[in-house]
Design a protein around this ligand. Structure first.
Ligand code: PGA
Length: 235
């Protein structure tokens, strides 16, 4: 059974998130699946009563309990809703928000020390992909600097930057090549992300070395996301 995760990015409101979580939770009450994750916006975080395998996580937080970090949230705000899951290293934070590997590693260490479930994202930009598999794997090594890959609560997500939100999915060969190499290095669950949708999720989840998927765009309609879980739960 693959792990299925929904990254809302900057979409949904408090009320639409609550409806979404409730629909997914109701589905999971009567269907046995692997872990399901939902990452709403920070303003839509709340305490949601859910089945044990549905986890609500933060897309981002600052490595602090509280303090003077204008615009950020810390663990005091996450604790209010019992949130213990976080996405770290997403390519939009690396490339749009300018998070460096040093900042990311510091964040990783902070949340690891607190026992958070961490979904840690890596992936290469197009120019690196065009230089071949070795270049891609080498590039990803720099994204593992300062990251403890033996951390017990770690899930890794391979998300090629050129495949995120573009409608261009990596080929099955691309995914298998990278996942097999990463599996040699890290025994943690390994998700694929990048234009995963209803039409390709089943075949991707069956690839060697793929333990699940992290989905942006195609996860934003609850019924579609539930269908994705439904169509993959027997795999
Ligand atoms: P996408 O996003 O499914 O819209 O490509 C994936 C992600 O950024 O996690």
């Amino acid at each position: 059974m693959p792990i299925i995760a929904a990254n809302f990015k900057t979409n949904h409101t408090r009320s639409s998130t609550a409806k979404y979580v409730s629909l997914v939770n109701n589905y999971l009450k009567t269907n046995s699946t692997s872990d399901v994750y939902i990452f709403p916006t920070a303003t839509s975080l709340d305490y949601f009563e859910t089945v044990a395998n549905l986890h609500i996580g933060a897309q981002n937080a600052y490595a602090t309990q509280n303090g003077s970090f204008t615009g950020e949230i810390g663990t005091e705000q996450l604790d209010e809703f019992y949130i213990k899951t976080i996405l770290i290293g997403h390519s939009e934070r690396r490339h749009i928000l300018g998070e460096t590997q040093e900042m990311i590693a510091q964040k990783y260490q902070y949340f690891k020390a607190l026992g958070y479930r961490i979904i840690y994202c890596v992936g290469e930009p197009l120019e690196i992909k065009e230089s071949g598999l070795d270049a891609t794997l080498q590039y990803m090594q720099t994204q593992f600097e300062g990251i403890d890959l033996s951390y017990e609560n770690l899930v890794v997500a391979y998300e090629p930057v050129w495949a995120i939100g573009t409608g261009v999915t990596a080929t099955n060969d691309d995914i298998v090549n990278v996942h097999q190499a990463l599996k040699k290095q890290c025994s943690k669950p390994l998700l694929y992300g990048g234009s995963v949708k209803l039409g390709n999720v089943e075949s991707i989840c069956q690839l060697d070395g793929v333990d699940g998927v992290l989905i942006g765009t195609a996860s934003w309609v609850a019924e579609d996301f539930i269908k994705i879980i439904e169509n993959t739960k027997e795999l």
